[in-house]
Design a protein around this ligand. Structure first.
Ligand code: MSP
Length: 817
């Protein structure tokens, strides 16, 4: 992913290296001193150099605005929110930053496809992120957009500083670029991105370069001196081995598009989007501002204690970012921790795969806390984890409704019933109370360290041992049941002792779980008569959490249900909410509108209207209007259907390598009955939902007089994998008059297809168009180039092909069934 430069204007690397080393050793002695043990700074910042141990700065990645937020994004944000809440409850002054990454070629292209300016487009999607965080009760202290002036100013200052300090020089770059990852890729044209698997594009530009190669040793020493810098261990090892493999200089400007921050003094260049994006962590604190208040904030919170990121962007955060900062004379962050991926339907949840679930769906059916609990309990941090509605409901019912929720409800109700809602005196304790107190103390001791090492799953597991023990204690002592041999007085004493003890255990559980279940903890806090939990947070209640805090005589609040048990249809309801919101996935790349439930980003406010679908096919308009839901597009059959009404599979596969001539459109190749997928149903996730016409359903021939097509079974049809793709690149092939070379995006992958349509289509006009391809055709070579698929087109009487397309929005990769 590191690029190559064709011109080098290096000083001697050795000299540069010594200069950086000298400067860093004197500026940031802790980073390079001793064994590193004393410098380790896992989650707590007790050992932090410079900054006060009582401050904590943490960040999420800033999210690209080419797609609406989904559960994958929510995962990273929720993890940070839980950490921020715990830090605050420990009395640590916390600054929690999130935001949106709005520049770059990817966003520029998405906006173009949506028929919007990049600024309008970015504003709309950024508002969706902000709205969702608001809806989920995320407690970020700031939200930065990279299109804000404060950010631009800071990025330009950073770039100028790097240049002034001799770490940036002008060169030229010819090589491969992955637009989706906004990353340079080593390899010849036609190389696929090693990270996302998409086809790269060739870039040939004059660029500014950053002397990344000068930081190889420096970074390795830094990692060694700061073993807690990268986590988890697997990510740390990968990063170190990447750096050991050698670093090449990095292109840090682009000239072939303009949606970015101009290089100061050379405005035809825009600053590389990753340099721009990474800088958000300092510009949001005021870096680049002249205002004393901003400068003070920067001084107060930088270096960041933790950048929480997805594992796929660790190289940018663990290699480029500390190198940029070292070069600029700014201290690197204290740690970068990578979360694994949330998987759904076997793959990484992502807009391009079309397998997303929205956080709002879970929130609407089970509540925000259910989502938070599931993500943190189910997925060991740092590993990939599967999301499924079934597993979610199971956890919800098992751990929350029947576990914690039921425990709280029993105890609070009994305190109301037997003690008029006032906490009783515990009285003389027995071995059972001692045991429960011991368990609670063990939970307090175990929870914090596990949480602070980001081991949320273990932390919750250990806390739920206390939930189970408290439940068992209640059941064993059964304060609701008076055996005949027990006197009234004895029974009252038992009830008081048991309920006061169980309520105290609940208080401990609730305080500890607050960062993960903030809404529910707030309710329980009230029910236990502890008042407003936010007031408790402000008084740093977690610092003094100890057994015995619930005082006798405390008036309890009214009992109220916490986690009403999810009914059998919960899974179905969530599934339906997602299915009815397919538009969110549909519009992801195109920018077409969809229903948004984010309060600050209602659809009307987004200013994004559905983009006109791909240019309407000029052929067979009668099909397009015949029925909005199931449109029969009749496949061409061996001369049986008049060509004017036929959809012709563009027969690339029949182009011979020698002639590259398109096949005669009258030649029969296949019978394809394509039922157009209604946009609201089109989703790759729908592959399990039968929406195609029933097997053998007769299609209306366009000409009733025409011979009936020979029927095939549904099994034959389903062998043909027809999918929606978008043309990204279209170009003529030298010495092949009839062939165009296309690069198409299926959402989940990019491919090259050679199509015999050069006489009928101007390549430039095809770019951005959505088409239908046969995706499972065996690859074949023509003119030495591999063709990986086949386009579908109607064939006019003169043989001219008209590409099949859609009136409605359809997501890339959607299958036609
Ligand atoms: N804009 C860059 C980050 C720049 S930070 C200076 C970017 N954006 S992104 O929107 O593509 O992804 C951002 C983050 O979203 C990921 O790093 C990860 O934290 C989170 N996730 C997105 N999809 C995810 C999953 N399916 N699973 C877990 N996290 C996911 O990269």
């Amino acid at each position: 992913m590191i690029n190559q430069c064709s011109q080098s204007s290096f000083e001697s690397l050795g000299r540069t290296y010594r200069k950086i080393k000298r400067e860093f050793a004197s500026n940031f002695p802790l980073f390079f001193a001793g064994s590193g043990k004393e410098n380790a700074h896992p989650m707590t910042n007790e050992t932090k150099s410079g900054a006060s141990p009582n401050r904590y700065y943490l960040t999420t990645p800033i999210y690209y605005v080419n797609a609406r937020p989904h559960l994958g994004h929510a995962y990273s944000t929720i993890v940070c929110d839980a950490i921020a809440r715990r830090k605050r409850a420990l009395g640590i002054e916390t600054w929690f930053l999130t935001g949106t990454d709005e520049h770059g070629q990817k966003i520029e292209r998405s906006a173009e496809l949506a028929g919007r300016t990049p600024a309008e487009f970015a504003t709309a999607i950024s508002a969706e992120f902000r709205g969702l965080w608001h809806r989920l009760g995320i407690t970020n202290d700031d939200f930065i957009r990279t299109t804000e002036d404060r950010h631009k100013r800071g990025v330009q200052k950073l770039f100028a500083t790097l240049r002034d300090r001799g770490f940036v020089y002008k060169g030229s770059y010819t090589g491969q670029y992955c637009v989706s990852d906004e990353a340079y890729v080593d390899g010849p044209p036609g190389t696929y991105c090693p990270d996302c698997g998409r086809l790269t594009e060739t870039v040939s530009e004059e660029n500014y370069f950053f002397k990344l190669s000068a930081f190889e040793r420096k970074l390795l020493e830094f990692y060694e001196a700061n073993p807690g810098f990268i986590g988890p261990e697997s990510t740390r090892r990968e990063v170190i081995s990447f750096v050991r493999g050698g670093l090449k200089d990095l292109s840090v400007s682009r000239t072939s598009f303009s949606w970015g921050i101009p290089v100061p003094g050379d405005e035809k260049h825009v600053i590389y989007v990753w340099l721009d994006a990474l800088a958000n962590y300092i510009t949001a604190l005021g870096y680049g501002s002249d205002k004393p208040a901003d400068q003070a904030k920067f001084k107060k919170f930088w270096p960041a204690d933790m950048h929480l990121i997805g594992k796929e962007i660790s190289r940018f955060h663990c290699v480029y970012w500390p190198a940029f900062l070292m070069a600029a004379g700014i201290e690197p962050p204290r740690s970068v921790k990578a979360n694994g991926w949330l998987l759904f339907d076997q793959g990484k949840m992502s807009k391009s795969k079309g397998n997303i679930v929205r956080a709002e769906t879970v929130q609407d059916v089970l509540g925000t806390d259910a989502l938070r609990y599931f993500l943190l309990r189910e997925i060991p941090f740092g590993q990939d984890g599967s999301f499924s509605f079934d597993a979610l409901v199971q956890r919800f019912n098992g751990d929350l409704a029947n576990g914690y929720g039921n425990l709280v409800s029993r105890v609070v109700n009994m305190v109301h019933k037997y003690f008029a809602g006032v906490a009783p005196e515990t009285g003389r304790e027995t071995a059972a109370e001692d045991a429960l107190r011991g368990s609670a103390e063990a939970a307090i001791a175990a929870f914090g360290p596990a949480f602070d090492e980001l081991n949320f799953s273990e932390a919750l597991k250990s806390l739920w041992v206390l939930v189970a023990e408290t439940d068992g204690y209640l059941t064993a002592n059964a304060p609701w049941k008076k055996p005949p041999e027990r006197s009234d007085e004895e029974h009252l004493a038992l009830q008081a002792r048991v309920l006061a003890t169980a309520a105290e255990a609940i208080r401990i559980i609730t305080a500890l779980v607050y960062p993960i279940l903030p809404e529910s903890a707030a309710k329980v806090w009230q029910q236990l008569g502890q008042g407003d939990i936010q007031a408790a947070v402000r008084s740093a209640f977690l610092t003094e959490l100890a057994w015995g805090g619930l005082k006798a005589g405390t008036r309890f609040g009214e009992p109220a249900p916490l986690f009403p048990r999810a009914e059998k249809d919960a899974v179905e309801r969530m599934q339906n909410l997602e299915d009815n919101n397919i538009g969110s996935a549909v519009d992801a790349v195109s920018g077409a509108s969809a229903t948004s439930s984010a309060p600050e980003a209602p659809q009307s406010a987004l200013g994004i209207s559905p983009i006109p679908a791909t240019p309407e096919p000029t052929a067979a308009p009668e099909h397009a209007t015949a029925s909005p839901s199931v449109v029969s597009v009749q496949g061409q059959l061996a001369g049986t259907v008049p060509p004017s009404a036929a959809v012709h599979s563009q027969i690339e596969s029949q182009l011979t390598e020698q002639t590259a001539a398109p096949v005669d459109p009258a030649t029969p190749v296949a019978t394809i009955h394509v039922h157009q997928v209604p946009a609201e149903l089109a989703s790759s996730r729908l592959t399990s939902t039968p929406i195609a016409a029933p097997a053998g359903a007769p299609l209306q021939p366009a000409d009733p007089a025409a011979e009936q097509p020979q029927h095939i079974g549904i099994d034959d049809f389903t062998k043909v994998e027809l999918r929606v793709a978008q043309i990204l690149v279209a170009e003529r092939i030298p010495k092949a008059d009839k062939l165009l070379r296309l690069e198409v995006d299926l959402g989940y992958e990019k491919r090259q297809i050679l199509a015999g349509i050069a006489q009928y289509y101007e390549p430039e006009k095809l770019i951005g168009r959505k088409i239908v391809i046969v995706a499972n055709l065996a690859p074949r070579k023509m003119r030495g180039l591999e063709s990986n698929g086949m386009l579908l087109a109607a064939s006019l009487p003169d043989g001219a092909p008209v590409l099949a397309g859609f009136l409605e929005e359809v997501p890339l990769g959607a299958r036609l069934k």
